[in-house]
Ligand binder design. Sequence first.
Ligand code: GDP
Length: 427
Amino acid sequence: MSVTAIIGLHWGDEGKGKVIDALAQDTKLVVRYNGGANAGHTIVNEFGTFRLHLVPGGIFNPGCRNLIGPGCVVNPDVLLQEIRELNEAGHRRGELLISNRAHVTLDHHILVDRLEEESQGLHAHGTTKQGIWPTYVDKVGRIGVTFGDLVEPAYLEKQLGAMVRRVNGAMASLYGQPRLQVPPILERCLRWADTLRPYIVDGFEVVQSALDAEAAVLVEGHLGTMRDLDWGIYPYVTSSTTLAGGACAGAGIPPRRITRVVGVVKAYTTAVGAGAMPTEERGQIADCLREVGHEYGATTGRPRRCGWFDGVAARFAARLNGCTDIAIMKLDVLDSFDPIRLCVAYDEGGKRIDTVPTAPILERVRPVYEEMAAWKRPVAGATRYDQLPDEARRFLTRVQDLCGVPITWIGTGPRREDMIHTPGGLP
Ligand code: GDP
C-alpha cells in the first residue's frame, strides 16, 4: 500500500483537513510531521464540526493510529484540552500517540512569542502567539525538552538546568522578565508526564511496523508551501518545513516510501499574517470571498486576507513538492462571482515572471490575470464531474494545465461527501 503525503500549496488553510479526513477512511496510520498548535484543520463529518490543532485527522476512524511526529512541537495543555473535547463528544475512535522525539512548548516560549510580537509593532509577523518559533529555537539551540525527556525526571532536570541557564540572560535583559527557575518548570513537566505517559511512544516502531505491513499511511502537513521555512516568503514563514520532503524527517518516513503527494489548494487564495500575497484583493471581492468562504482563522478567528487563485504559487509548489495529485477545494465559493480571475504569471516592471521569486521581489510584482467565464450556478454538493457547468470545468482545466499535475479531488462543500473524485485527472 502507498504512503500519501498531504500538503498545502499556498499560504495555508487550503482545506487539507477535509482531504485528510476523506482519505483517512482507509488508512491505518496518520502521522503529523510539522508545526504545533499554530495550525488547525477543520473537519466536518458525520459526528459534527471539529477544529483539530494538534491531533491528527484520522482520529475519527476506528483502527487508525494517529501519531504526532518528531517534527512537531506540542503544547501539552492544548493537547489535553483537545483530547478532553474529543472524549466528551465521544468521537475519539482512533488511537492517539505522541512521538517521544516531539518537542514540548513551555510557558516561556509562549511568553517570548507574545513579547516579541508586541515589540515589533507594525513589523510584527502576525504569529498566533502560541510559542511555536521559540520552541523550535530552543530545539535548534539544543536546549529543548522532548516528550521522551518528560518521562525521564533526572535527565529532564539536567536539560531544564541547561535551558534556564541559556534563556535567563535574555529573559532579564531583552524582555525585562523575572528569571526562570527550574523547580516550577520541572513540576509542571512532571504533571504533564503523569497524564500524557500512556500516549508517549517511540514513533520509530509505529511507523516502521506500518511500512513493514504495507499498511496505508497518510502523512499530514500543516500550513502551506508559501510559509515554508526554506522556500516560503522569508521572513514571513513558519519555523518548520511544510514541504512533502519535510515529512521524511518530521514523520520518519524514508523518501522512497512516499508514493503519492497530494497538493491541496483552494479555488482562490487566502493568507493569515504578514508577508507578500500578490493576488490579494481589498474591498468588495475580498469581503465576498471572506464571507462566502467563511475565511476566519481556525486558531485565532482572525479574518483572512483573500484574493484570486494564484497559479504561479500553485505551480511552483506543485513542482517543489513533486505532487502526483492536486485537490482543489471550495470551488462552490466561486459560484456567485462574475467574472472569475486566475493569476497565470507575475509582472515585475514589465518583466514576466513564471515562478515564485524571493520575498522582496514578490512584494512588488503585480499579478497577470486571465479572466474566466463565470458559471453563476451552484456547484455546491456536486459529487460527479458531469454535474459541473462547462465554465467550472474550463476553470478547473486551466488550473490543472497551470499546475501541470492532475486534479483528482474537487471540493464542492464543507462536508466529507461534498467532493468529486476524478482519478487520473480531469476527464
Ligand atoms: P486546513 O488548515 O488546510 O485544513 O484548512 P481549514 O481547516 O482552514 O479548512 C478550510 C475550511 O474550509 C474548513 O472550514 C472546511 O470545512 C472548509 N472546506 C473544506 N473544503 C471545502 C469545500 O470544498 N467547500 C466549502 N464551502 N468549504 C470547504
